[in-house]
Write a protein that binds this ligand. Structure first.
Ligand code: FAD
Length: 556
């Protein structure tokens, strides 16, 4: 493209990399030149899931360099920490969801969203098979997407441990619809209890609310329900107010056992004062429409209690599509997709996994410590491994303080170190299962998912630069070099709202805070963490509405 001397010319570059040039010489010769795009076509990224991990990944991704497609059966993001508040109408469901289209709009609308479910991932052909959820769609509602990079952020489903009757007779608290169902079911229990012709025993049974699982979600729901009943419901169903009972069944020795033990005992004392019954050391063996059967772990004695409604909240399990993918890549003996420190799924190329559906493979830490590949670790190396785990999994510090990790370390030492001066690499699997059990790897929380999403988008944004400069930062631990620093989780603390305007919090730097002031801290943090000003206003508005008018008992 030659430009004559003294010519007037205009060059226009567009963000996709194209160029348009116009030139006009004083003699009147004109020339237009257009080049569609410079360089190779954009790489295709397919993101599965619109939860914490998926949306956090998209928030900062440089979409000018990638062709991004997003797939999820849910066309909104849900702020899950406020789900327990939705169950009792403290906050409305609509206030905690942000439409995916709004999120896309903020990214200049350049991300394509398909409201569909991913059915299958084929890592060999680099394809995902999807089905649209929209009913009555004419023709075939299945389609295939090709990817250069796949980001799996599919979350997890509830874990029933295959306990009989749970799927049929229990409520879960995982999705917005679950919270709405619970809200209706709670009110239905009260409506049933006031019907004429029931015995007092039947009324009591209808008003016995049982929560299985004493983790943060179960405890928060129990506290919300207690507040709802005692602040609002008693006024509308006064005749049965004394028959209400709330019970939490926990298989461990304490509720909130992933928190500092001061918080566990504060919560237990508060629940006792509030009349919320806590049954610890019991495993639920089966649930029917009226009864819960459980076994005492220490004595093996079976007991049964009647219930009006059960909420099952005992941790997370694997989604079928993730399970199928794991089987394809030889990871079928795990709960979640094993990734390396860069969140790359092991056993396939260009697939990344984040959030609840993924877990970093702790085995790598043990393998990396075996520097001479002898299959054994010296005691020093063994201690390095434990130190490394503590650095890489900051929440382990909590266990250290409550002696859990020290206990695990002792167990490992007894098993593999004593009398041998070396740790047998064959014993790693057992060692790992012990460590994994205590550290739970990274916790399945929004905090982890969001940090992983932000980390991965920063890696993708720097990808081109790193390809041109492969001698990037030194590879962590095992020597060699790698383009990106590995993912590091920063634990920012955790909250447990306990009802009656009280909460407990574990904050960085060994801070434990409990009581009313902590509840105000909770309000401010959760208001600030909202994904948009719209949801922030709605949530704060709901809190004020509840404060002034109370919660309504319509169940809608
Ligand atoms: P999710 O947020 O569950 O997102 C998964 C996404 O995948 C969804 O969009 C879903 O629709 C989509 N999907 C599912 N199947 C398919 C498919 N086949 N194809 C395509 N897409 C699919 N964490 C905290 O840190 N603090 C808290 O206070 C807290 N409170 C919680 C309270 C409750 C009641 C619950 C349930 C969880 C809470 N968590 C909390 C945990 C937190 O919500 C999860 O760890 C977090 O949601 C994990 O993010 P994710 O992106 O991995 O999964």
């Amino acid at each position: 493209f030659e430009i004559e001397e003294d010519a007037f010319y205009l060059l226009v570059f567009h963000s996709g990399g194209g160029l348009i040039a116009y030139a006009e010489s004083p003699a009147g010769n004109r020339m237009v030149y257009a080049q569609d795009r410079k360089g190779p076509p954009k790489k295709k990224i397919v993101v599965l899931g619109t939860g914490w991990a998926g949306t956090s990944f998209l928030k900062d991704l440089d979409i000018s360099t990638y062709d991004v497609q997003l797939v999820s059966p849910r066309n909104y993001f849900a702020f899950t920490p406020l789900l327990p508040s939705v169950t009792c109408g403290t906050v409305e469901a609509r206030s905690i969801v942000e439409p995916v289209r709004n999120i896309i709009k903020k990214r200049n609308g350049e991300i394509k969203f398909w409201e569909a479910e991913c059915l299958k991932i084929d890592p060999v052909q680099k394809k995902v098979f999807c089905r649209s959820n929209i009913e009555n769609l004419a023709g075939n509602n299945e389609f295939t997407l090709e990817y250069d990079f796949l980001v799996v952020a599919l979350g997890a489903r509830v874990n029933t441990f295959n306990t009989p009757g749970v799927l049929k007779h229990c409520h879960f608290l995982k999705e917005v619809e679950d919270a709405q169902r619970i809200r209706r079911a709670v009110i239905d229990c009260f409506e049933k209890a006031v019907l004429p012709g029931l015995t007092e025993e039947e009324r009591r049974m209808n008003l016995h609310f049982v929560i299985v699982g004493g983790g943060p979600t179960g405890v928060e729901f129990a506290a919300e329900l207690h507040d709802f009943v005692h602040e609002d419901i008693v006024k509308t169903y006064a005749s049965v107010k004394d028959l209400v009972r709330i019970t939490v069944i926990q298989s461990g020795d304490h509720i909130l056992n992933t928190f500092d033990e001061r918080i566990s005992s504060f919560a237990e004392r508060k629940f006792k004062r509030d009349g919320i019954e806590v049954i610890t050391g019991h495993r639920v063996m089966g649930v029917t429409d009226r009864m819960i059967n459980m076994k005492a772990k220490a004595t093996g004695v079976d007991t049964s209690i009647s219930h009006g409604m059960v909420v099952w909240s005992t941790g997370v399990g694997t989604r079928p599509v993730v399970r199928d993918f794991m089987e394809r890549i030889g990871q079928d003996d795990r709960r979640a997709l094993a990734t390396d420190e860069w969140l790359r799924v092991k056993g396939c190329d260009d697939v990344y996994a984040l959030g609840d559906c993924a877990t970093e493979d702790i085995a790598e830490i043990f393998k990396a410590a075996d520097k001479d590949h002898s299959g054994t670790l010296t005691i020093e190396e063994f201690h390095d491994v434990i130190d490394d785990i503590v650095i890489r999994y900051p929440q382990v510090e909590v266990y250290l303080k409550s002696k859990h990790l020290a206990h695990v370390t002792d167990l490992l030492k007894d098993k593999f170190v004593n009398n041998r001066e070396e740790v047998d690499i064959e014993g790693f699997k057992l060692a790992l299962s012990l460590v994994d059990k205590q550290t739970k790897s990274l916790p399945a929380t929004a905090q982890v998912a969001a940090q992983q999403g932000a980390y991965l988008s920063s890696c993708f944004n720097k990808r081109e630069e790193c390809l041109q400069n492969p001698e990037g930062p030194r590879k962590f631990r095992s020597g060699g070099r790698h383009e990106f620093l590995p993912f590091r989780y920063r634990h920012l603390g955790q909250f447990a709202p306990l009802g009656g305007e009280q909460a407990a919090a574990e904050l960085p730097g060994d801070w434990v805070s409990m009581g009313r002031s902590t509840q105000w801290l909770w309000y401010s943090i959760y208001a600030s963490k909202q994904v948009s000003w719209r949801t922030r206003f709605l949530v704060i508005g709901d809190w004020m509405r509840r404060y002034i008018f109370g919660r309504d008992s319509s169940g809608i």
